[in-house]
Ligand binder design. Structure first.
Ligand code: NAD
Length: 491
């Protein structure tokens, strides 16, 4: 039995799981609300153990045939998958604006094209996996990237479509089969992805979606010993429990986690450009893992920089994400608004200076004012913890060494931004301990490049060859160049 399709702002979408090429209803369900106005969007299935089991069994059954195809044979199917995403571009935009509060304009111009690219690029790049060889004096090494098996993909609510496809692209292109557990606060675009897979003709069981909460569905999925890999993007506490569950079965995990990245402004920076970029940190209401939320500004230029940034912030349009003019949308959940405000109020109580913002936004219950806090101590909660809302802190420094010490003085190490004269900024950027640093720029991502964090920001890298190294079993077939004579004295 399956449930009727939900009607979300005129878009029909299934609330059910997608297992073995078919929709599957759940015995249990949960209520989904929109962050825009808290209206109920519908009830979504909540997979329990037997439903998670059915998805894993389907993925296991589909694996041998999918893995046996060459990358060249898988590619047209994956290209069709990307085409189907493109055919539903408007639906993806509307759904993610409604359930995650992501700006419709950003979905249209950034996320949906990128989601298609995530599938296409890895399908094409997988062709290069077939012919890797290492030639040494002794032997020919034929390095194979074999599909690993059933992969669990777990995604967060702040970028559900982008992150699902970023992981699905390489996992499927490499010949694995997938069970995706989307975020319970924003599951709709993952459900639509299942429709795309079916329409593209992906064989039943190659791509499965199980809806549900982290505590029930997610925890059951990651504890399953039949998994070959777990690719997770989300928070540090969840990553720790996933790593524990995976560790019990020795299943390899890729963990892309939170951040508290520095945004360094050196004394020779182009302040106008730096301030315009710093205003982008309020994008998606600050619910962006890679945002540079700690502004570290040379003391000699701090006042001018704040004035320039204030000009941008005063012009930010806060409002409904479905409106093309909106630049800052809602916060995902009332619990999250409370959490963000809690961080701000505790920082103020601890002596921080409010430069702007500091309270919920009058636009609606789930909106928060873009906020800047100054006079914050390096060891304070507001500097050390990921807020995941539109809240930045400001600290000043007098020289490069101090900037680098402040930048590296948290447990996180995801990203970073450094503005200054190019050579100077590049030099400082190289001293920042993190997975990536943008020099005089922000947000440039290339599918060929590695992405991931260090310290508490994650384990492993995805992107380009790094995705295939993770999603494949790398095997070396060694053929000696001279006849091999067995001998105990051989080293
Ligand atoms: P979260 O960790 O609460 O949830 C992420 C996903 O994990 C959800 O699908 C959730 O249902 C699931 N989950 C929760 N508990 C689980 C468990 N015990 N076992 C298995 N799955 C479980 O994170 P969130 O609040 O949805 O997302 C925000 C976090 O994600 C932030 O910390 C943010 O920085 C991070 N993030 C990181 C990146 C990156 O690329 N590094 C990108 C986006 C978001």
């Amino acid at each position: 039995m399956i449930n009727p399709l939900l009607d979300v702002a005129g878009i029909a979408v299934s609330p059910d799981h997608f297992i073995d090429g078919r929709r599957a209803a759940s015995a249990q369900s949960f209520e989904l609300r929109s962050p825009i106005d808290e209206r109920v969007l519908g009830r979504i299935g909540e997979a329990r153990a037997d439903e998670v089991d059915a998805a894993i069994v389907a993925a296991q059954r589909a694996f041998p045939a999918w893995a046996a195809l060459t990358a060249r044979e898988r590619r047209p199917l994956l290209d069709r998958f990307a085409d189907e995403i493109g055919r539903r571009a408007d639906a993806f935009c509307v759904l993610e604006a409604n359930d995650a509060g992501v700006l419709l304009s950003r979905m249209r111009h950034g996320v949906v094209p990128r989601a298609m690219q995530n599938i296409r690029w890895f399908a094409e790049h997988a062709l290069t996996l077939q012919d890797r060889a290492i030639d040494t004096e002794q032997a020919h090494h034929l390095v194979r990237h074999d599909p690993a098996g059933v992969v669990a993909i777990i995604t967060p609510w702040n970028a559900p479509l982008m992150l699902a496809t970023w992981k699905l692209g390489p996992a499927l292109a490499a010949g694995n089969t997938v069970v995706l557990k989307p975020p319970e606060w924003a599951p709709l675009t993952s459900s639509l992805l299942a429709d795309c897979a079916a329409a593209a003709g992906l064989p039943a069981g190659v791509f499965n979606v199980v809806q549900g909460s982290g505590a029930a569905t997610g925890a059951t999925l990651v504890a399953d010993p039949r998994l070959a890999r777990i690719s997770f993007t989300g928070s540090v506490p969840t990553a720790k429990s996933i790593a524990q569950a995976a560790g019990a079965n020795l299943v390899a995990c890729s963990l892309e986690l939170g951040g508290k990245s520095p945004f360094i402004v050196l004394d020779d920076a182009d302040l106008a450009n730096a301030a315009a970029t710093a205003a982008l940190m309020y994008r998606n209401a600050g619910q962006v893992c890679l945002a540079g939320t700690r502004l570290l500004v040379h003391a000699s230029v701090a006042d001018r920089f704040i004035d320039l940034l204030r000009g941008h912030v005063e012009r930010l349009v806060v409002g409904d994400p479905r409106d093309e003019a909106t630049e800052v949308g809602p916060i995902i959940h009332p619990r999250q608004v409370e959490r963000v405000n809690g961080f701000v109020q505790r920082a103020l109580a601890a002596g921080a200076t409010l430069v702007w913002g500091g309270a919920p936004h009058r636009y609606g219950a789930q909106y928060y004012q873009p906020t800047l806090l100054a006079n914050v101590a390096q060891d304070s909660e507001i500097v050390q913890s990921e807020v995941f809302g539109p809240v930045l802190t400001l600290q000043t420094f007098d020289g490069d060494d101090e900037a680098v010490t402040l930048a590296n003085g948290t447990d996180y190490g995801l990203g970073g931004v450094c503005y200054g004269a190019t050579e100077h900024a590049t030099d400082v950027a190289q001293r920042v301990c993190s997975g990536f640093v943008w020099v005089n720029s922000f947000g440039i991502r290339d599918l060929a490049a590695p992405f991931g964090g260090i310290k508490r920001s994650g384990i492993g890298r995805e992107g380009g060859d790094w995705s295939f190294d993770f999603f494949c079993d790398v095997k070396d077939v060694i053929v000696p160049k001279r006849p091999f004579r067995a001998s105990f004295s051989q080293r």
